[in-house]
Write a protein that binds this ligand. Structure first.
Ligand code: PAF
Length: 285
């Protein structure tokens, strides 16, 4: 049996309305397609908290920079639908660019989340999080979910969406989902398939470096040294590092000797592929 798929807004509204009138809770998993086990885990998490699960597949042009991989972003619609169905998804929302941006992407009303988008990926990918906030707000309005699952791998994206939900009072509970990793530690990502066999063999150095950052930070090594050593390990392995940092959960810079929750974050390019990953841990107070 194939997965029920809707591409027109009136049909989506009718279906969601039917479910809501029947008192059913709606779970939502927004994606850009090319789905892997990490996405399927989001469907399962949403399924635990909702009676019906909607997943969207939309490669969102407004979150890609001019020199990024929008055109070559992998599109695998049949495999996506099959994987979603097997994971327990009830409905695939597959809007066109015209449905998502009726005035065209260039003339869309844009969202901008301040502060948290100025650093890290926000600084390296100008406009990226504005595009994410813009499309996620639209998706929330279209699907009107009760709960929505987002992966912790996109740590900063999750922080942006938390801010958006609170600031705009979307009546939606966010379900942050654990990072799903390959056996060698590489975080699952649609972009992993761009890697050549040699790059793929190198890529787990990112996770190993995060573990080393956690160990060094927990042992009391000064943050600057932790970050410098991490950058050096990644460069040595052949990656071009955008950042390798330790931050507080709100992405501000912790002081040396300060205890509390931490996240180590890495963004680095391996050949033409930009990979991100992170590791959350605590330093005893
Ligand atoms: O994480 C993603 O796949 C995308 O950024 C999202 C949240 C679906 C918005 O396009």
């Amino acid at each position: 049996m194939s997965l029920d798929t809707i591409s027109e807004l009136p049909a989506l509204r009718a279906r969601i309305g039917e479910w809501k009138r029947a008192g059913l809770r709606i779970g939502f998993v927004p994606t850009m397609g090319n789905l892997h086990a990490g996405h399927h885990s989001l469907v399962k998490i949403a399924r635990e908290r909702a009676d019906r699960v909607v997943a969207s597949v939309f490669v969102n042009p407004t979150q890609f920079g001019p020199n990024e991989d929008f055109a070559r972003y992998p599109r695998t619609p049949e495999a996506d639908a099959e994987g979603l169905r097997e994971a327990g998804c009830d409905l695939l929302w597959l809007p066109s660019v015209e449905t998502m941006y009726p005035y065209g992407a260039a003339n869309a009303v844009h969202m901008r989340v301040p502060g948290i988008t100025d650093v890290l990926d926000g600084a390296h990918r100008p406009g990226h999080f504005d595009g994410v906030a813009t499309v996620v707000s639209r998706l929330f309005n279209q699907v009107q979910p009760d709960v929505a699952a987002f992966g912790r791998k996109d740590y900063q994206q999750l922080a942006v969406i938390r801010y958006l939900v609170r600031d705009l009072a979307f009546p939606i509970e966010l379900l942050p989902a654990p990072i799903v990793r390959e056996d060698d530690g590489l975080a699952m990502s649609s972009r992993n398939q761009y890697l050549s066999p040699q790059e793929r063999a190198t890529a787990p150095v990112i996770h190993r470096t995060l573990l080393a950052m956690q160990e060094a930070a927990a042992a009391g090594t000064a943050r600057a040294a932790v970050e410098t050593d991490a950058g050096a390990a990644l460069t040595e392995a052949g990656l071009v590092v955008d950042y390798a940092v330790v931050r507080r959960p709100d992405l501000t810079e912790p002081l040396d000797g300060e205890g509390g929750d931490r996240v180590a974050l890495i963004a680095a390019r391996l050949g033409k592929t930009r990979l991100i990953d992170n590791l959350e841990f605590s330093i005893p107070r």
